[in-house]
Design a protein around this ligand. Sequence first.
Ligand code: KIV
Ligand code: ZN
Length: 400
Amino acid sequence: MTIDHPSFGRIDDNRVIIFDTTLRDGEQSPGFSMNLDEKLRMAKALEDLGVDVIEAGFPVASPGDFESVRRIAETLKETVVCGLARSGGKRDIEAAGEAIAPARRRRIHSFISTSPLHMKYKLRMEPETVLDLIASGNQAARRYADDVEWSAEDGSRTEPEFLCRCVETAIRNGATTINIPDTVGYATPDEMRAIFNMLRERVPGAEKVIFSAHNHNDLGLAVANTLSSLDGGARQIECTINGIGERAGNAALEEIVMAIRTRQDKFAYTNGIQTPKLLSVSRMLANITSFDVQPNKAIVGRNAFAHESGIHQDGILKNAQTYEIMTPESVGWTKTSLVLGKHSGRAAFRDKLASLGYQLEDAMVQQAFERFKILADQKKTVFDDDIRALVDDETRDHEH
Ligand code: KIV
Ligand code: ZN
């Protein structure tokens, strides 16, 4: 099955569109605001990374947001630039339309809540009013862009019958992408798969649009839910660098992309991401926001390709595939790091001595190794200079 899309033309069924929302949903989380200059730098880096769509902001939210979306729209050459708007807000859609106008390729993303809880307490609207606003919002959005995405906020907690009616209304009124967010990170992988399967089976016109997954990480399931949404037929994934986003964050771009690439046996999808650039984009975001990535973060955390235990180091030195499922170079690291600590073994110690330029006899290596183990018990990290000092001491003792 192929789809003819206003921004991407004919898309193969196994092509996954990467929609990055670092600059919108990511930026919305406490402490992660970025200024115009920082947003522009990030947008250029994301385009260079190969993302298909950049959600650049929520133009009606503030003059600063409007300005950043507009400048990003003026600057990017290839990537689709998207502005967010509420379906019910006339001014929202005008602001989004004006902000993205300079872009070579542009999209408006309109959304409204569809779950009983959100309609009753947040919107205070009847379901029929929500349907009317979906229709009028999408019609208004189409005046500014052929590429219109519509989202059912809190979609995963929406009653199936009503969700089908909303999606049908959105498609009839011009949506070309339909996004079903798990806004509060409540759904499980099997549920997300079932929602997409149901919509594709039951909604008239479903075959003409791209379905999109947007998963939050409140239960740590955002990436798993995104992968199972692909299984249910979604072909756009919404994600952020380092998984930043509201509360526990959004699905992390680097994790999804590397899961697809590493497990092609299960996820036979393609995308345009140049994975060796992942680490530098992750670091750029960490620098801009002043939030370090946790050391054990998959792909981009500093321990993602680091090994301290002797058994693992020995395995890595014999064949890296024993303990690494992707190469560090494939995501931007220069090499695997064998960290010397109290768990390290002789093989890694010998390797370290060689890399520091020492050629010692076996007996000397053994004595130096014993000294190293005593030191490692006292220190969290053993640095190269510690090793040098230790070998120099050992050589001196040996000579006397
Ligand atoms: O999580 C969510 O529901 C959203 C929508 C605005 C798409 O971010
Ligand atoms: Zn979100």
